[in-house]
Ligand binder design. Structure first.
Ligand code: 2U9
Length: 391
Protein backbone atom coordinates (compact mmCIF):
# COMPACT_ATOMS: atom_id res chain seq x y z
CA UNK A 1 0.00 0.00 0.00
CA UNK A 2 1.35 3.42 -0.86
CA UNK A 3 1.79 6.30 1.52
CA UNK A 4 -0.57 8.50 -0.50
CA UNK A 5 -3.20 5.75 -0.28
CA UNK A 6 -3.17 6.06 3.51
CA UNK A 7 -3.24 9.81 3.38
CA UNK A 8 -6.24 9.65 1.03
CA UNK A 9 -8.07 7.40 3.40
CA UNK A 10 -7.39 9.74 6.28
CA UNK A 11 -8.64 12.65 4.20
CA UNK A 12 -11.75 10.64 3.36
CA UNK A 13 -12.36 9.92 7.06
CA UNK A 14 -12.04 13.62 7.89
CA UNK A 15 -14.39 14.41 5.02
CA UNK A 16 -16.90 11.79 6.27
CA UNK A 17 -16.92 13.39 9.74
CA UNK A 18 -17.44 16.84 8.25
CA UNK A 19 -20.25 15.50 6.14
CA UNK A 20 -21.89 13.96 9.15
CA UNK A 21 -21.61 17.31 10.91
CA UNK A 22 -23.15 19.05 7.88
CA UNK A 23 -26.10 16.70 7.86
CA UNK A 24 -26.54 16.96 11.58
CA UNK A 25 -26.36 20.75 11.65
CA UNK A 26 -29.01 20.89 8.93
CA UNK A 27 -31.34 19.01 11.22
CA UNK A 28 -31.09 21.66 13.92
CA UNK A 29 -33.75 24.31 14.21
CA UNK A 30 -32.53 27.83 14.85
CA UNK A 31 -33.29 27.97 18.59
CA UNK A 32 -31.40 24.71 19.12
CA UNK A 33 -28.38 26.07 17.31
CA UNK A 34 -28.54 29.23 19.37
CA UNK A 35 -28.81 27.15 22.52
CA UNK A 36 -25.76 25.17 21.53
CA UNK A 37 -23.74 28.32 20.88
CA UNK A 38 -24.75 29.67 24.27
CA UNK A 39 -23.72 26.37 25.84
CA UNK A 40 -20.27 26.60 24.24
CA UNK A 41 -19.89 30.16 25.43
CA UNK A 42 -20.98 29.30 28.98
CA UNK A 43 -18.84 26.16 29.34
CA UNK A 44 -15.89 27.64 27.52
CA UNK A 45 -15.30 24.55 25.38
CA UNK A 46 -13.19 24.98 22.32
CA UNK A 47 -13.93 22.83 19.30
CA UNK A 48 -12.34 22.81 15.88
CA UNK A 49 -13.09 25.83 13.72
CA UNK A 50 -14.79 23.73 11.07
CA UNK A 51 -17.41 22.75 13.68
CA UNK A 52 -18.28 26.37 14.37
CA UNK A 53 -18.30 27.22 10.69
CA UNK A 54 -20.99 24.68 10.03
CA UNK A 55 -23.22 26.16 12.67
CA UNK A 56 -23.24 29.45 10.83
CA UNK A 57 -24.63 27.83 7.66
CA UNK A 58 -28.19 28.85 6.73
CA UNK A 59 -31.14 27.16 8.36
CA UNK A 60 -32.78 24.84 5.89
CA UNK A 61 -35.42 23.43 8.14
CA UNK A 62 -38.74 24.94 9.01
CA UNK A 63 -39.30 24.65 12.75
CA UNK A 64 -42.28 22.34 12.38
CA UNK A 65 -40.15 19.80 10.46
CA UNK A 66 -37.49 19.80 13.14
CA UNK A 67 -36.74 16.47 14.79
CA UNK A 68 -37.36 16.18 18.49
CA UNK A 69 -34.52 16.58 20.96
CA UNK A 70 -34.78 12.87 21.68
CA UNK A 71 -34.33 12.09 17.97
CA UNK A 72 -31.24 14.32 17.83
CA UNK A 73 -29.89 12.60 20.93
CA UNK A 74 -30.35 9.24 19.19
CA UNK A 75 -28.67 10.54 15.97
CA UNK A 76 -25.57 11.48 17.97
CA UNK A 77 -25.46 8.08 19.63
CA UNK A 78 -25.55 6.43 16.19
CA UNK A 79 -22.77 8.72 14.95
CA UNK A 80 -20.64 7.84 17.93
CA UNK A 81 -20.81 4.16 17.01
CA UNK A 82 -20.33 4.85 13.31
CA UNK A 83 -17.45 7.34 13.62
CA UNK A 84 -15.53 6.06 16.65
CA UNK A 85 -16.84 2.48 17.23
CA UNK A 86 -14.96 -0.80 16.65
CA UNK A 87 -15.93 -0.91 12.99
CA UNK A 88 -15.25 2.78 12.33
CA UNK A 89 -12.84 4.17 9.77
CA UNK A 90 -10.68 5.74 12.49
CA UNK A 91 -10.17 2.40 14.25
CA UNK A 92 -9.38 0.75 10.93
CA UNK A 93 -6.81 3.47 10.14
CA UNK A 94 -5.21 3.04 13.57
CA UNK A 95 -4.79 -0.68 13.10
CA UNK A 96 -3.13 -0.12 9.72
CA UNK A 97 -0.37 2.07 11.22
CA UNK A 98 1.78 -0.96 12.03
CA UNK A 99 1.91 -1.98 8.37
CA UNK A 100 3.26 1.37 7.28
CA UNK A 101 6.76 2.25 6.29
CA UNK A 102 8.51 3.22 9.60
CA UNK A 103 9.35 6.64 8.19
CA UNK A 104 5.65 7.39 7.72
CA UNK A 105 4.40 5.80 10.90
CA UNK A 106 4.89 8.56 13.51
CA UNK A 107 3.47 11.40 11.37
CA UNK A 108 0.50 9.37 10.22
CA UNK A 109 -0.26 8.08 13.70
CA UNK A 110 -0.28 11.66 15.01
CA UNK A 111 -2.75 12.76 12.35
CA UNK A 112 -5.06 9.76 12.95
CA UNK A 113 -4.96 10.45 16.68
CA UNK A 114 -5.79 14.07 16.06
CA UNK A 115 -8.84 13.07 14.02
CA UNK A 116 -9.90 10.55 16.67
CA UNK A 117 -9.64 13.23 19.33
CA UNK A 118 -11.53 15.79 17.28
CA UNK A 119 -14.38 13.40 16.54
CA UNK A 120 -14.49 12.07 20.11
CA UNK A 121 -14.40 15.52 21.65
CA UNK A 122 -17.02 17.00 19.31
CA UNK A 123 -19.43 14.06 19.61
CA UNK A 124 -18.94 14.01 23.37
CA UNK A 125 -19.72 17.68 23.63
CA UNK A 126 -22.81 17.44 21.44
CA UNK A 127 -23.99 14.41 23.37
CA UNK A 128 -23.67 16.21 26.68
CA UNK A 129 -25.68 19.14 25.41
CA UNK A 130 -28.49 17.15 23.79
CA UNK A 131 -28.80 14.80 26.75
CA UNK A 132 -29.21 17.77 29.03
CA UNK A 133 -31.73 19.47 26.71
CA UNK A 134 -33.77 16.31 26.07
CA UNK A 135 -33.89 15.68 29.81
CA UNK A 136 -35.12 19.16 30.65
CA UNK A 137 -37.67 18.97 27.81
CA UNK A 138 -38.93 15.72 29.31
CA UNK A 139 -39.13 17.25 32.76
CA UNK A 140 -40.98 20.25 31.37
CA UNK A 141 -43.44 18.02 29.52
CA UNK A 142 -44.11 15.86 32.53
CA UNK A 143 -44.24 18.70 35.02
CA UNK A 144 -47.30 18.72 37.20
CA UNK A 145 -48.71 22.09 38.10
CA UNK A 146 -49.77 21.51 41.67
CA UNK A 147 -51.50 24.88 41.75
CA UNK A 148 -54.06 23.86 39.10
CA UNK A 149 -57.49 23.15 40.56
CA UNK A 150 -57.97 19.38 40.92
CA UNK A 151 -60.62 17.29 39.28
CA UNK A 152 -62.93 16.73 42.21
CA UNK A 153 -64.55 13.30 42.30
CA UNK A 154 -68.30 13.73 42.35
CA UNK A 155 -69.61 12.87 45.76
CA UNK A 156 -72.62 10.63 45.87
CA UNK A 157 -75.40 10.85 48.40
CA UNK A 158 -77.96 8.65 50.05
CA UNK A 159 -80.99 7.45 48.13
CA UNK A 160 -84.04 9.69 48.81
CA UNK A 161 -85.84 6.76 50.45
CA UNK A 162 -82.87 6.18 52.75
CA UNK A 163 -82.75 9.89 53.65
CA UNK A 164 -86.44 9.84 54.51
CA UNK A 165 -86.15 6.57 56.45
CA UNK A 166 -83.32 8.08 58.52
CA UNK A 167 -85.40 11.18 59.31
CA UNK A 168 -88.28 8.97 60.45
CA UNK A 169 -85.90 6.84 62.53
CA UNK A 170 -84.41 9.94 64.20
CA UNK A 171 -87.87 11.12 65.27
CA UNK A 172 -88.85 7.78 66.78
CA UNK A 173 -85.48 7.24 68.44
CA UNK A 174 -85.98 10.63 70.14
CA UNK A 175 -89.38 9.36 71.35
CA UNK A 176 -87.72 6.33 72.97
CA UNK A 177 -88.32 3.76 70.23
CA UNK A 178 -85.85 1.07 69.19
CA UNK A 179 -85.20 0.35 65.51
CA UNK A 180 -85.53 -3.31 64.57
CA UNK A 181 -84.50 -5.07 61.41
CA UNK A 182 -85.48 -8.52 60.17
CA UNK A 183 -85.53 -11.01 57.37
CA UNK A 184 -87.24 -10.39 54.03
CA UNK A 185 -88.08 -14.06 53.46
CA UNK A 186 -90.57 -15.33 56.00
CA UNK A 187 -92.73 -18.30 56.86
CA UNK A 188 -96.48 -18.23 56.38
CA UNK A 189 -96.83 -18.10 60.15
CA UNK A 190 -95.03 -14.78 60.65
CA UNK A 191 -96.42 -13.11 57.55
CA UNK A 192 -100.07 -14.19 58.01
CA UNK A 193 -101.16 -16.49 60.86
CA UNK A 194 -99.44 -14.55 63.64
CA UNK A 195 -101.04 -11.38 62.30
CA UNK A 196 -104.50 -12.86 62.65
CA UNK A 197 -104.77 -13.65 58.93
CA UNK A 198 -105.55 -17.39 58.88
CA UNK A 199 -105.62 -19.58 55.73
CA UNK A 200 -108.45 -18.53 53.40
CA UNK A 201 -108.86 -15.12 55.10
CA UNK A 202 -109.72 -12.54 52.39
CA UNK A 203 -106.82 -10.32 53.55
CA UNK A 204 -104.42 -12.95 52.16
CA UNK A 205 -105.59 -11.86 48.69
CA UNK A 206 -105.00 -8.11 49.21
CA UNK A 207 -101.59 -8.93 50.69
CA UNK A 208 -100.73 -11.57 48.11
CA UNK A 209 -96.99 -11.85 47.82
CA UNK A 210 -94.29 -14.02 46.18
CA UNK A 211 -93.65 -17.56 47.40
CA UNK A 212 -90.69 -19.85 47.10
CA UNK A 213 -91.27 -23.44 45.95
CA UNK A 214 -90.66 -24.69 49.51
CA UNK A 215 -93.38 -22.57 51.08
CA UNK A 216 -91.57 -19.40 52.19
CA UNK A 217 -93.00 -15.98 51.41
CA UNK A 218 -91.43 -12.59 50.72
CA UNK A 219 -92.82 -10.54 53.61
CA UNK A 220 -95.78 -8.34 52.62
CA UNK A 221 -95.38 -6.10 55.68
CA UNK A 222 -92.72 -5.52 58.32
CA UNK A 223 -95.05 -6.62 61.15
CA UNK A 224 -93.16 -9.92 60.94
CA UNK A 225 -90.17 -8.15 62.54
CA UNK A 226 -92.34 -7.03 65.45
CA UNK A 227 -93.70 -10.54 66.07
CA UNK A 228 -90.12 -11.84 66.25
CA UNK A 229 -89.12 -8.99 68.59
CA UNK A 230 -92.02 -9.63 70.98
CA UNK A 231 -91.29 -13.36 71.00
CA UNK A 232 -87.68 -12.62 71.83
CA UNK A 233 -88.05 -9.81 74.34
CA UNK A 234 -91.64 -9.99 75.56
CA UNK A 235 -93.49 -6.87 76.67
CA UNK A 236 -93.12 -3.97 77.13
CA UNK A 237 -91.77 -2.93 73.67
CA UNK A 238 -91.47 0.31 71.79
CA UNK A 239 -90.05 -0.18 68.36
CA UNK A 240 -90.24 0.72 64.71
CA UNK A 241 -89.50 -1.67 61.86
CA UNK A 242 -88.51 0.06 58.62
CA UNK A 243 -87.83 -2.07 55.56
CA UNK A 244 -88.54 -3.55 52.20
CA UNK A 245 -91.80 -5.39 51.59
CA UNK A 246 -93.31 -7.22 48.62
CA UNK A 247 -96.76 -7.54 47.12
CA UNK A 248 -98.06 -9.18 43.97
CA UNK A 249 -99.12 -5.89 42.42
CA UNK A 250 -98.94 -4.86 38.79
CA UNK A 251 -96.62 -1.85 38.64
CA UNK A 252 -98.30 1.51 37.95
CA UNK A 253 -97.56 5.11 39.02
CA UNK A 254 -98.73 4.40 42.60
CA UNK A 255 -97.84 0.69 42.94
CA UNK A 256 -94.65 -1.32 42.79
CA UNK A 257 -94.26 -5.02 43.71
CA UNK A 258 -91.44 -3.98 46.07
CA UNK A 259 -91.74 -0.97 48.32
CA UNK A 260 -90.70 0.40 51.72
CA UNK A 261 -92.66 0.65 54.95
CA UNK A 262 -92.20 1.77 58.49
CA UNK A 263 -94.31 0.12 61.11
CA UNK A 264 -94.43 1.15 64.74
CA UNK A 265 -95.41 -0.87 67.78
CA UNK A 266 -95.86 0.12 71.40
CA UNK A 267 -96.93 -2.54 73.90
CA UNK A 268 -97.15 -1.94 77.63
CA UNK A 269 -99.62 -2.01 80.53
CA UNK A 270 -102.49 0.43 80.02
CA UNK A 271 -101.71 1.51 76.45
CA UNK A 272 -104.77 3.07 74.84
CA UNK A 273 -105.93 4.64 71.60
CA UNK A 274 -105.01 8.03 73.14
CA UNK A 275 -101.33 7.00 73.13
CA UNK A 276 -101.65 5.99 69.49
CA UNK A 277 -103.18 9.32 68.50
CA UNK A 278 -100.67 11.33 70.50
CA UNK A 279 -97.68 9.45 69.06
CA UNK A 280 -98.77 9.63 65.41
CA UNK A 281 -99.72 13.32 65.78
CA UNK A 282 -96.35 14.13 67.38
CA UNK A 283 -94.47 12.24 64.66
CA UNK A 284 -96.31 14.15 61.93
CA UNK A 285 -95.74 17.50 63.66
CA UNK A 286 -91.99 16.79 63.80
CA UNK A 287 -92.03 15.65 60.19
CA UNK A 288 -94.15 18.41 58.61
CA UNK A 289 -94.12 21.25 61.14
CA UNK A 290 -95.83 22.24 64.41
CA UNK A 291 -98.99 23.43 62.63
CA UNK A 292 -99.76 19.91 61.33
CA UNK A 293 -103.16 18.51 62.35
CA UNK A 294 -103.87 14.77 62.33
CA UNK A 295 -107.20 13.04 61.94
CA UNK A 296 -108.24 9.41 62.32
CA UNK A 297 -110.94 7.59 60.35
CA UNK A 298 -112.37 4.20 61.37
CA UNK A 299 -111.05 1.33 59.25
CA UNK A 300 -110.42 -2.40 59.34
CA UNK A 301 -107.22 -4.45 59.53
CA UNK A 302 -107.13 -8.07 60.69
CA UNK A 303 -104.19 -7.37 63.04
CA UNK A 304 -105.67 -4.37 64.87
CA UNK A 305 -108.97 -3.80 66.66
CA UNK A 306 -110.20 -1.12 66.62
CA UNK A 307 -108.44 0.13 63.49
CA UNK A 308 -108.09 3.58 62.01
CA UNK A 309 -106.49 5.22 59.02
CA UNK A 310 -104.84 8.55 59.61
CA UNK A 311 -104.60 11.71 57.51
CA UNK A 312 -102.69 14.92 58.17
CA UNK A 313 -103.33 18.50 57.12
CA UNK A 314 -101.62 19.22 53.80
CA UNK A 315 -98.04 20.45 54.31
CA UNK A 316 -98.28 22.53 51.14
CA UNK A 317 -101.50 24.52 51.64
CA UNK A 318 -101.96 23.95 55.39
CA UNK A 319 -105.44 22.52 54.84
CA UNK A 320 -106.78 25.14 52.46
CA UNK A 321 -106.78 22.80 49.45
CA UNK A 322 -104.28 22.47 46.63
CA UNK A 323 -103.08 20.16 43.87
CA UNK A 324 -101.10 17.96 46.30
CA UNK A 325 -104.07 17.22 48.61
CA UNK A 326 -106.46 17.12 45.66
CA UNK A 327 -108.27 20.13 47.12
CA UNK A 328 -109.31 18.23 50.25
CA UNK A 329 -106.84 19.88 52.62
CA UNK A 330 -105.89 16.39 53.93
CA UNK A 331 -103.30 13.83 52.91
CA UNK A 332 -103.96 10.13 53.62
CA UNK A 333 -100.82 8.54 54.97
CA UNK A 334 -101.21 5.24 56.84
CA UNK A 335 -103.12 2.78 58.94
CA UNK A 336 -103.13 2.06 62.66
CA UNK A 337 -105.01 0.54 65.54
CA UNK A 338 -104.87 -1.34 68.82
CA UNK A 339 -102.98 -4.60 68.39
CA UNK A 340 -105.48 -7.48 68.14
CA UNK A 341 -105.42 -9.81 71.20
CA UNK A 342 -104.81 -12.77 68.86
CA UNK A 343 -101.64 -11.08 67.57
CA UNK A 344 -100.32 -10.44 71.10
CA UNK A 345 -101.07 -14.05 71.97
CA UNK A 346 -99.33 -15.40 68.86
CA UNK A 347 -96.25 -13.41 69.88
CA UNK A 348 -96.33 -14.78 73.43
CA UNK A 349 -97.67 -11.63 75.13
CA UNK A 350 -100.63 -11.90 77.51
CA UNK A 351 -103.45 -9.63 76.24
CA UNK A 352 -105.03 -9.67 79.70
CA UNK A 353 -101.97 -7.84 81.06
CA UNK A 354 -100.72 -5.86 78.08
CA UNK A 355 -102.25 -3.80 75.34
CA UNK A 356 -100.59 -1.98 72.50
CA UNK A 357 -100.97 0.18 69.46
CA UNK A 358 -99.45 -0.21 66.01
CA UNK A 359 -99.28 1.84 62.88
CA UNK A 360 -97.83 1.58 59.40
CA UNK A 361 -96.99 3.88 56.53
CA UNK A 362 -95.33 3.63 53.14
CA UNK A 363 -91.99 5.46 52.92
CA UNK A 364 -92.04 5.65 49.12
CA UNK A 365 -95.55 7.04 49.11
CA UNK A 366 -94.43 9.66 51.60
CA UNK A 367 -91.35 10.46 49.46
CA UNK A 368 -93.53 10.77 46.35
CA UNK A 369 -95.79 13.21 48.21
CA UNK A 370 -92.99 15.31 49.65
CA UNK A 371 -90.98 15.51 46.43
CA UNK A 372 -94.04 15.86 44.17
CA UNK A 373 -93.28 12.70 42.17
CA UNK A 374 -96.05 11.54 39.88
CA UNK A 375 -94.65 8.00 39.65
CA UNK A 376 -93.16 6.05 42.58
CA UNK A 377 -91.39 3.71 40.17
CA UNK A 378 -88.89 6.53 39.49
CA UNK A 379 -87.49 5.79 42.95
CA UNK A 380 -86.48 2.27 41.95
CA UNK A 381 -85.10 2.77 38.45
CA UNK A 382 -81.75 4.01 39.78
CA UNK A 383 -81.43 6.61 37.04
CA UNK A 384 -78.68 8.90 38.33
CA UNK A 385 -80.19 11.91 36.52
CA UNK A 386 -83.25 11.46 38.72
CA UNK A 387 -81.50 10.53 41.95
CA UNK A 388 -78.92 13.34 41.90
CA UNK A 389 -81.72 15.88 42.29
CA UNK A 390 -82.08 14.86 45.93
CA UNK A 391 -78.61 15.90 47.09
C1 2U9 B 1 -97.97 -5.86 64.93
C2 2U9 B 1 -99.34 -5.73 64.95
C3 2U9 B 1 -99.96 -4.82 64.15
C4 2U9 B 1 -99.24 -2.30 61.68
C5 2U9 B 1 -100.26 -1.61 60.87
C6 2U9 B 1 -101.26 -0.68 59.13
C7 2U9 B 1 -102.23 -0.63 60.04
C8 2U9 B 1 -101.35 -0.16 57.74
C9 2U9 B 1 -100.24 0.17 55.66
C10 2U9 B 1 -99.82 1.57 55.53
C11 2U9 B 1 -99.42 1.84 54.14
C12 2U9 B 1 -99.29 -0.62 54.87
O1 2U9 B 1 -97.39 0.48 53.53
S1 2U9 B 1 -98.77 0.39 53.57
O2 2U9 B 1 -99.46 -0.05 52.40
N1 2U9 B 1 -100.23 -0.26 57.01
O3 2U9 B 1 -102.38 0.30 57.32
N2 2U9 B 1 -100.11 -1.24 59.60
S2 2U9 B 1 -101.73 -1.26 61.46
O4 2U9 B 1 -99.88 -3.15 62.53
C13 2U9 B 1 -99.23 -4.04 63.30
C14 2U9 B 1 -97.88 -4.15 63.28
C15 2U9 B 1 -97.25 -5.07 64.12
C16 2U9 B 1 -97.31 -6.85 65.82
Amino acid sequence: MTVTGHRDELELAIEAFKQWLDTFVRLLPKPVKEGLRRYWAETGVVLDDFVYERFDAIDLLADEDAPTLEALERAIEQAQVQLTGKKSEVVRLKSSIGKLDPSERAGFAKDVQKLEKTIGYTIDNLQKYFRKEAESARTERERIDVTLPGRRPRRGHLHPITMLRERIEDIFVSLGYAIEDGREIETDFYNFDALNIPQNHPARASQDTFYTSDGFALRSQTSTVQIHAMQRRGAPVRMIAPGRVFRRDTPDPTHNPMFFQVEGLCVDRGISMAHLKGTVAEFLRRMFGAQTVTRFRPSYFPFTEPSAEFDFSCFKCNGKGCRICKNSGWIELGGSGMVHPNVLRAAGVDPEVYSGFAFGLGIDRMAALMYGLDDIRLLFENDVRFLEQFD
